[in-house]
Each structure stands twice: as C-alpha cells, then as structure tokens.
Design a binder for this molecule. Sequence first.
Ligand code: GLC
Ligand code: CA
Length: 529
Amino acid sequence: MNIKKWQKQIVYQIYPRSFKDSNGDGIGDLKGIISKLDYIKDLGATAIWISPCFASPMKDGGYDISDYRSIDPIFGTNADMDELLLEAKKRDIGIILDLVVNHTSDQHVWFQEALKGKDNHYHDYYVWRKKANTLGSVFGGNAWEYVPALDEYYLHLFAKEQPDLNWENPKLREDIYEMMNYWLDKGVYGFRMDVIENLGKQPDLLITTNGEHLHEYLQEMHQKVYEGREAFSVGECWGADDHTRILYTDPDRKELNMVFQFSFFAQFWSQKNGKWNPSPFDLIKLKEVLFHKQITETKRSWNANFWDNHDLPRATISFCKGMDRKEASKMLFAISCFEQGTPFIYQGDEIGMGHPLFLKEEEIVDVEARNNLTCLRDQGFSKEDVFKMVSLNCRDNARTPFSWDSTKDGGFSTGTPWLKAPADYQTCNVEAEKNDETSVLSFFKKLIAFRQKEDILPLVLFGDFIPLAEDSPSSFSFLRVYKDQEIGFIANFSPSPITNPWEGKELLFGSVPEDRYIPSCGVLIYRLK
Ligand code: GLC
Ligand code: CA
C-alpha cells in the first residue's frame, strides 16, 4: 500500500504562549519554539501544529485574529516565522498553522470597516440581523451583540470580541483562500482548521454546525487552496460523528484529510451544566465511542487520534483516577498510536504533565472560564462550588507553562509566566526525564520509533480494527489485522492488575515487562500472526 505523506505524520501541538519564552516577558514565543525544534525532532514528531500566533488582542488566547498575515509582537515577528519555517524544514518537520476563519477579532480591519455602515464593502463580511434570537454563545450568554449606531446585531458564536464571518459572501471566501495560499506558498505544511464545522451556520434556524452549505464551502476551499499541493488539513469538528466524518474526509469528496471528533470526551458532560459538571468517568462508555469510531467506514475516512489539546483538561486527570499520571500518559499515547489514524501529542503529554493547583479565582484567566464564573453564580451555585467546577474543568489547566527543568516555574521563562505553572514541575520536567530509560519521555520516543517502522506502519494505518473485551471495566484491548499479520494490543486502563491473555506469545513492545499480570496502565503489544 502506498502511504501518503499526510497519513504518516505524528503531530505535536504547541500552545505558543506556554511553550518556551525566549526574552523573559513571561510569554512563550516563536524564538522559543525555534530553540526547541531539536527536542521535537528527537521525540520523533514529524509535524507541529502551532495554535494561533497572529496579531490579536488576545481576548481568546489568539483565537481572535486581527491580522492573518502578521505575527503578533508578543510572539515575535514575521521574520521569526520565516526562520521557524526554514529551521523546521531543515529538520524535515512540517509547520501546521491554526486557521481561524469562522470569526475574526472585532479589531480586524474588516470588522472596523463593517462598523462604518451598511454600504461599506466589508459590512457583509459579517452576519448582521435586525433582531436577535435565542441563539447562545459557546462562551456563555446570547450570541448577538447590538450596535446602536447601525441599529443592528452581529453574530458571535464565541466571545463578543469574535464576530462571526459571513461565509455566504463569495468575496469573503476568496479573501480567505488567498490568505491560505499566501501561507502555503511561504512553505507552511498545512492547517488545523478552527471550528470549521461552523462555516455553514444558519443562525435564523439556530443551526451552527453542519449547516446547509458547509461541505460546498469545504470543497471550494479544497479546489482553490489544496488542489495540487502536498498539504495537511485537520478540521476541528465538535459535532462530527462517525458518519459525518466520512463527509469531511472521504478522499473522493476532496475536503479535508481528517477531523477531530470530541464525543469520547463530551459524552461525560452533564445535560445542564456541560463541561463544568461532568459525570463520573466510565471506561465501557469510552470504549463504546472509540471502538465505534474505529470500526465505522475507516476505509472511506481517516481518524485524528488525540486525548488532549489546549481546550481540554488533561485526560490523565479526567479519565485515569487512582492511576499513576505518568504511567497513564504512556498508556493513552500507546492507544493513539495503535488505533487507526494519525496520532496527535499535546505539549506536555510526553512528560506526563499535570494541572496547576488553582487557589483563587483571580488565578484563572481564560475568557470562557471567567464568563462562566458569573453565569454559574447566576444559576444559583455557591461561590465555593463555582470555583471548584471552573478550576477543575477550565481550559487554563492545559495551558500552563511547559516544564523544561526544575528551576523556577519549570524553566519556561526567566520572568513571571502569564499563567501558573503545574503543581509538580520540580519533579515532572524534561530535564528529569531525558536520561531516564523508564520515563514517559523515553517511552514516547521508543513507541514512535516502533510504530513508524516499515513493517508496522502499514498495519497501523490500514489494518482492520477488531475490538476485544468491550464489556471489561479494566482493559482496553483490540486486534489489528493486515494481510497475513495480526497484532494484539492490551492496556490495563484501571488501578489494579489484570490477567495477561497473551502470556508466552511473541511480545513486540511493552511499557512493562511481560508477566502473567499486567500492572495498572501497563501496555503490551504482541504479534499473534
Ligand atoms: C476552538 C479553539 C478554542 C477557541 C474557539 C474559538 O474551539 O480550539 O480554543 O476558543 O475555537 O475560536
Ligand atoms: Ca516572550
């Protein structure tokens, strides 16, 4: 089977504010990333997705862009981006930028022009109505903001400083494609496409995701941007299920390479208070979702395998109670690597990074969390309960400064970091792990090298996936079958030991030595045929 370049990537996600600060202002930057390219190369990642680093008032950590072609001064300069592209290329690492085109910042020149009046060329780049309806914003409150001077409301599915773009306008679409081509021409490898499922929104019908024209726009984008290029694309699609994934990623439809699906995580959100009040984790439910995804139409679609990103608390904490966090990190990544699809690593997973311990409200900075500190109080929760719900589940948990060593705040910056460091950075950091054969970091490297081997990769990418022990509350196990090869994967996704069903067979790879029992979080991979 001929493996395409995009299919064999191992993608490492960087949240640039928090990765490495090169100038002591407490904010990570592009020069910081450049200084760590060898680290990423050594890990075995082949591409880096960088969360937005464009000019932005930073109301939503850079997901509110005011100029798509300039690097924000807090991250560096356009020359730094050129240097990053050059240095990454030397190391054969692709740079994937974050494409935030469902909305802009309210400071973007298009929106500033749009505010000048209904006759302005850019007015129709945004979504305006005479009346607001009940549509809610993802970040809390109503999704419409009134502009008295125009006597109109504009749509913002996210913060009010993030007005939604009007994809029905062909001129807007042309401008976006031109911008995408600009970056690809500069040597960028591709895009992670922010809330791309919202492009076809029909706000009058209260439809935000999977709107009528969504796939038309994506096909047009493919034709005007991706066609004829060797570029990478992954869409962020909270509403995608195993069938709509095909619409996005069936190669014959010419839209995207792959999409992130979130139901494995969001299924634990509560009806009423969503992410702020999740129900208890249940391994059987998790497997139901992930296994279903793996056995549904994978020949006509492609999976993006991930546990963490800058929007989710770390899965080692949400899903692995009673287990050792570092061992859990190894286990989760092994699952991502042996499921069908492309594995994504979120910065810090490779050392088993944890959360900070927030002690007071003021330490929490994220816009969604801050809005909900108020919204949840308005619903009648006590101040203490709100603090608990928000501090444990907010996005800041994953956005902590990266822990490079055991010096102050983990060696991320010589200054004061913009956000609190993880609670145990003194013991959980790159320096402490890099020469330790048993560390999470060493495990990630060995696992990537093993998965990418010529005789394993085709099986992982194209083999059939056969779920095992679906009803077991402790194991995560499956077979991968390709031509005459068969591989058995078992992980102990529980705090107590389990029996090893394949003891004595040909062990190919493991996070623990082979034995009759597999300890908590242990992973073993066998050749069965
Ligand atoms: C995506 C991003 C998130 C951002 C939102 C609005 O979900 O991952 O960080 O807040 O879109 O752009
Ligand atoms: Ca800096």
